[in-house]
Design a protein around this ligand. Sequence first.
Ligand code: CO8
Length: 256
Amino acid sequence: MTGLIEVTRDSGVALIRLNRPKQLNALNSALAREMIAAVQDLDATPEVGCLVITGDDRAFAAGADIAEMADKTAEAMQAQDFFGEWEGFARSRKPKIAAVNGYALGGGCELMMMCDFAIAGEGARFGQPEVKLGVMAGIGGTQRMTRLIGRARAMDMHLTGRMMDAAEALQAGLVARVVPDGQVLQQAMEAARLIASYSRPAVRLIREAIGQAEEVSLDEGLLFERRVFHGLFGSPDQMEGMAAFLEKRAPVFRGA
Ligand code: CO8
């Protein structure tokens, strides 16, 4: 099956829109395969500097597809490594902004957290309601949410299954910005175009360095940051960026 996502390109930015509106963009295996293939393809496309992932007005994504999972056994889930392919999304190397209107629940909230940051509309709602279904988060919700908003809040969200509104999500650090509902995509695209205009090596290494902050000790992270910072010097983009500043003009980065 195809068409579960729509991919469009605009000035160095790729927009991926989830396209299962009748199911509130619930994530099924076919959608996962399409999404991972698209993201891997975009990773290998040099013209693309940033991705925006979005849904529609009603839902970013209301979770993994419950109908697809309802009859599965533990043996079948493990044998298939069900939804394991989403790690390919999380590990992809281009920056990804989630543009969120409506519901971001369960796997939808987890998909949002796999992105580098989220811009949400004032009416967006977030939650990990899996406990209400007799299960739990399975594509990073207990891990990424705890890192993003802390243990107490993550426990609250996962154990009660309640929803968080956009104001609370901003205050908790689950999303980076909250904007009027009608401006979500526009602001995400503007941010993505800005990121895509910067030096690709600098953007890549910034993502990697911030990623390290969640994995290693402070000393190791600081050393990693310093070494990759050093490594950018002498590159065409570093020379161009600093020359442009000193010459009081806009830089033109080559991506090298
Ligand atoms: N899966 C499948 N279908 C869904 C889902 C979903 N997650 N969410 C909504 N739908 C469908 C509904 O069944 C309905 O279909 P139909 O029109 O055919 O009856 C349609 O979308 C519209 O939904 P509602 O009528 O329920 O709309 P409401 O506005 O009344 O309610 C809600 C909206 C509150 C979002 C409600 O739909 C809801 O609670 N949805 C389920 C949310 C949820 O529980 N999400 C978590 C799913 S489990 C999960 O994500 C696990 C992730 C990790 C998996 C990893 C595996 C290894």
